[in-house]
Design a protein around this ligand. Structure first.
Ligand code: SF4
Ligand code: SF4
Length: 448
């Protein structure tokens, strides 16, 4: 079935799906892995291992008491060489566990298929697996799969849109691991109690659509829907609207309209995990861009340095000018090749100067293209101005927190104004003000 309904705004982007027909290759075990204690939305984990301690594959090395968090596991066997911290590209310091690999890849005794006979055991198993949204969002899966009881969930949407240019890691999951995807869908529907499943996929992936349709044909309640190829079709709110006609109101979540959205690689992981019990220790990553010698899809152990990944792909054919983790629209520019592959890394792109250089910013010409491109009907120019002068009233008035950071406004701007950066700054200002207000309130309570 082809879905004509679509969201307003958005942009046509070139696809550059150069690696879609390239089979995933496994990168070997690196000499050492750097494993950050935050690879998810929510609270960071604290290391549970000490320097000098031996570790095995699949062993828990970081946990958090917080509900919104996900445990972190070792991807290699070896010895903990260092517990330190690294600076993320957004300026945060994050604790890391550095492990010298012994190359043996001994598996920890806790790694075994989980026993799931009911919803509670299934949710616990998903939590223990360390699964977070593998489409790039990194939201802990056990939280998403366990909405409050008053939310009446009737639809599971599997997000196979993969709308960002270059990235083909979800596409390869479909072509290489379709049986795991179907097993994962079976498990989620059985334990969460959802009978209506829709797989949403952009219509620029005909082979994957026909494969999924063939597999879904023998199953009850699974519909595969081809969507118009338009960025950001894979954003949750846009996807839900295109597939169900339901609008997620500002400030609300998919569960508020009865929907859970899971990325297709995440659901494939669930299918595998229930069979082998191996937690999330590796990730398929698309490696591409004008500076890369051999564009590829690779399976890298979590914590593998970016330099090791690019070396595996033949290194650089020209000096890289910009390195991005994720897609060119929403990805994050990296400042060092010593950064590691993380759970949510779906692409590593390296561009030379011709491709990656953005001409200097000029003055706004008030063309309104940024408004028209915004899929959530915001006014990016006004948010930009409010953030730069720290006008808190205006930041609230223009609904800054509703921005999904898709980048459509900046992509459309002829003046090349870095709108997303300033919108992120605006969000940080709001969060800081909220945290301060909360702290002031609790101090008032203590005094009274
Ligand atoms: S304001 Fe936010 S949601 Fe709107 S186009 Fe820009 S980045 Fe996307
Ligand atoms: S697209 Fe750029 S130039 Fe046009 S109104 Fe928006 S900020 Fe100004």
């Amino acid at each position: 079935m082809f879905v004509k309904k679509s969201f307003s705004g958005g942009v046509e982007v070139p696809h550059f799906k150069n690696t879609e027909n390239i089979q995933t290759e496994k990168i070997g075990v690196p000499d050492e892995v750097i494993i950050p204690m935050q690879q998810h939305s929510g609270a960071p984990c604290k290391p549970t291992v000490k320097e000098g301690e031996p570790v095995k594959v699949g062993q828990v090395i970081g946990i958090s008491e917080s509900f919104i968090s996900a445990p972190i596991h070792s991807s290699v066997s070896g010895t903990v060489a260092d517990i330190s911290s690294m600076i993320f590209p957004d300026g945060r310091y994050v604790a890391t566990v550095v492990i010298k690999a012994d190359g043996k890849q001994d598996i920890h005794e806790d790694v075994k298929p989980p026993i799931c006979t009911n919803k509670e055991e299934f949710i616990e198993a998903v939590k223990n697996s360390g699964l977070v949204g593998l489409g790039g969002a990194g939201f802990p899966a056990h939280v998403k799969l366990n909405p409050p009881k008053d939310k009446n969930i009737d639809t599971l949407i599997i997000n196979a849109a993969e709308c960002e240019p270059f990235i083909t890691s979800d596409y390869r999951e479909i072509m290489e691991n379709s049986a795991d995807i179907m097993d994962g869908i079976d498990a989620v529907t059985k334990f969460i109690g959802v009978s209506n499943v829709i797989i949403g996929i952009e219509d620029n992936k005909p082979e994957a659509i026909s494969l999924l349709k063939k597999l879904a044909a023998g199953k009850k309640g699974i519909d595969v829907k081809a969507l118009r190829t338009r960025y950001p079709q894979g954003a949750e709110k846009m996807l839900i609207y295109a597939l169900t006609g339901r609008k997620v109101p500002p400030g609300k979540l998919p569960m508020d309209v009865g929907v859970i959205v899971m990325n297709i690689t995440s659901v494939g992981f669930v299918g595998r995990y229930l069979k082998d019990g191996m937690p999330l220790i590796k990730k398929r990553v698309t490696v591409d861009g004008s500076a890369v010698n051999r564009p590829s899809n690779v399976e890298a152990l979590i914590g593998t340095k970016l330099s090791d990944v690019f070396d595996f792909c033949g290194g650089f054919k020209t000096e890289p000018f910009k390195i991005i983790m994720g897609g060119p629209m929403m990805g994050i520019a990296q400042y060092t090749l010593d950064a590691p592959v993380m759970k949510y890394t779906n692409a590593l792109l390296a561009f030379d100067k011709t491709f990656g250089n953005v001409p200097p910013e000029t003055a706004c010409i008030r063309c309104g293209r940024c408004y028209r491109a915004c899929p959530v009907n915001l006014m990016p120019l006004h948010i930009n101005r409010a953030a730069l002068v720290e006008d808190m009233d205006a930041l609230h008035k223009y609904h800054t927190m509703d921005c999904i950071e898709c980048g459509c406004c900046a992509y459309s701007c002829p003046a090349r104004i870095p709108l997303v950066q300033s919108i992120r700054l605006g969000k940080t200002l709001i969060k800081k003000a909220q945290a301060k207000a909360k702290k002031d309130e609790s101090q008032k309570d203590v005094k009274s």
